[in-house]
Write a protein of this length. Structure first.
Length: 197
């Protein structure tokens, strides 16, 4: 049975910067054929709640990554040094991304559409990525901490060395998935009302 996975584009207000569908990412090559972000439905619903709670602060959610096929987790591991691997999931146990229960994200300014300045860039694998990092501007740390607090209030758990990564509290209860984005799109198309007519 296929878990209930959804395309995050169906939730209004979210913005996307899917770098793994381009070459400007930490391994320097495109690893996704489609610039898409998917999550399990209940995770996506909690995520959209986060977005709605950030709107009064003038922010929306900017999504970098959601579900990640196991093959990509393995590729990242194989292409990385031991130093970089401290920021990666070991493919032997699989990632919460592989379960559709993790999201990498930041925020954007609702008034301009521009990304919020955080203490580090996404996938900048150094001390600036740590949630307790005390450098950078006061405003960047304030924004990072607002994101952390709002995510945690809605069922997500952060990790200490990546301010952008959050696991949903249910992640351990779901299996690792091996579906490609193309396979997910075929499944979603088969479930659409227009397809069933």
């Amino acid at each position: 049975m296929i878990p209930p996975i959804v395309d995050l584009e169906k939730y209004s207000g979210l913005k996307f910067d899917i770098r793994y569908a381009r070459a400007d990412n930490f391994i320097g090559e495109k690893v996704y054929d489609l610039p898409k972000a998917y999550l399990l439905r209940h995770v996506a619903l909690d995520l959209h709640q986060v977005h709605q709670q950030l709107v009064p602060h003038g922010f929306g959610l900017l999504i970098f990554d959601g579900y990640r096929p196991w093959s990509v987790t393995k590729l990242f591991w194989d292409r990385s040094t031991e130093e970089v691997r401290q920021f990666l999931a070991n493919p032997e146990s699989g990632s919460s991304h592989n379960r559709g229960c993790a999201v990498d994200l930041s925020m954007y300014h609702l008034d301009t559409g521009e990304p919020v300045l955080m203490p580090s860039d996404f996938d900048e694998m150094n001390e600036k990525a740590y949630t307790e990092y005390s450098g950078g501007s006061d405003e960047s740390r304030r924004c990072r901490d607002l994101l952390q607090t709002t995510m945690k209030a809605n069922g997500f758990v952060g990790i200490k060395n990546e301010w952008w990564h959050f696991n949903h509290r249910t992640h351990q209860g779901w299996p690792v998935m091996y579906l490609t984005f193309e396979e997910i799109e075929l499944i979603l198309q088969s479930q659409s009302p227009s397809h069933s007519k």
